[in-house]
Design a binder for this molecule. Structure first.
Ligand SMILES: [Fe+2]
Ligand SMILES: [Fe+2]
Length: 283
């Protein structure tokens, strides 16, 4: 059975009638399951879904890659659509890491302190039918799909953004983004990795996926790679490591950043594609 990944929200519109906005949401269909991976930043997800002929009210489960607003801000709208569909009268499972509700901020001392966490209280989402399954362990989604769980950090050239913080009392503490996770799909050609923001690092995430599945081949990687703030040295190390995986499809989006995406397009010609709103990948 084919695996389909439809990009409902991304920074740029890749097809007519979709709208680009900073954030990401992917719908993955595999093993007879429809999993919504993130929701983008606003209710726009519903408009893009409708433009693409996707019924977001009928998804089976939701997975959240991490607790930033640009991946979770559409939750209220999605939960409303799910409730209207009547498909999940007892609520819908939302799988994520326990740290998603920590008060996340973009913080530069004496310059900026901006809340960038989930824009709704947990209770409000639960009242709309959310049933949170919060765990740092991988969760099996279907026969061949699972979440990565908390991504182990293995390489030293991938750094977590220094401006991302969590507010603890009155103090701002560096956010290690332990909640950052992806979805793994096992296929005959190797693993398919769906990334949210990859704040823990794309290479760390791929190594982690290999480790927890025991499968070495990586067939495809789709999603945010967080290379937007990578310097030249990190970019070179990442490219070198990525070439070692022999990836056949590389769909970069969102926090990859246009400049880093252009470099990847050049380095991985043949495998690379821009994964924008409206992009549908059949694997
Ligand atoms: Fe993020
Ligand atoms: Fe993001």
């Amino acid at each position: 059975m084919p695996i389909t990944v439809t990009t409902l929200v991304e920074n740029t519109a890749g097809t007519p009638f979709t709208i680009g906005e900073w954030g990401q949401s992917l719908l993955v269909e595999a093993d007879g399951q429809r999993i919504l991976f993130d929701t983008g930043p606003t209710a726009m997800i519903a408009k893009n879904a409708s433009a693409l002929g996707v019924d977001i009210g009928s998804v089976d489960r939701i997975v959240l890659s991490h607790g930033h607003y640009d991946h979770t801000g559409g939750l209220q709208e999605v939960l409303t659509k799910i409730r209207e569909s009547g498909k999940h009268p007892d609520g819908i499972d939302i799988i994520a890491h326990p740290d998603i509700f920590t008060p996340k901020h973009f913080y530069i001392k004496d310059l900026v302190e901006k809340y960038i966490g989930i824009p709704f209280p947990r209770e409000e989402l639960e009242a709309l039918g959310a049933r949170f399954n919060l765990t740092n362990e991988p969760v099996k989604l279907s026969e061949n799909m699972l979440t990565t769980g908390e991504v182990e950090i293995s390489v030293d050239f991938e750094k977590i953004d220094k401006d991302l913080h969590v507010k603890e009392g009155e103090s701002q503490v560096h956010d290690k983004l332990a909640d950052d996770m992806g979805i793994i799909i096992k296929t005959d050609q190797g693993l398919v990795l769906l990334l949210g923001c990859a704040h823990r690092g794309i290479i760390n995430t791929l190594l982690h996926a290999q480790k927890i599945t025991g499968i070495k081949e990586i067939y495809a990687v789709i999603g945010g790679t967080h290379l937007i703030s990578a310097d030249k040295e990190q970019m070179q190390s990442t490219i070198q490591a990525l070439k070692g995986f022999n990836i056949k499809k590389l769909g970069a989006s969102h926090c990859t950043g246009l400049k880093s995406a252009a470099i990847l397009a050049h380095e991985f010609e043949g495998a690379f594609f821009f994964n924008s709103a409206g992009t549908k990948t059949i694997l």
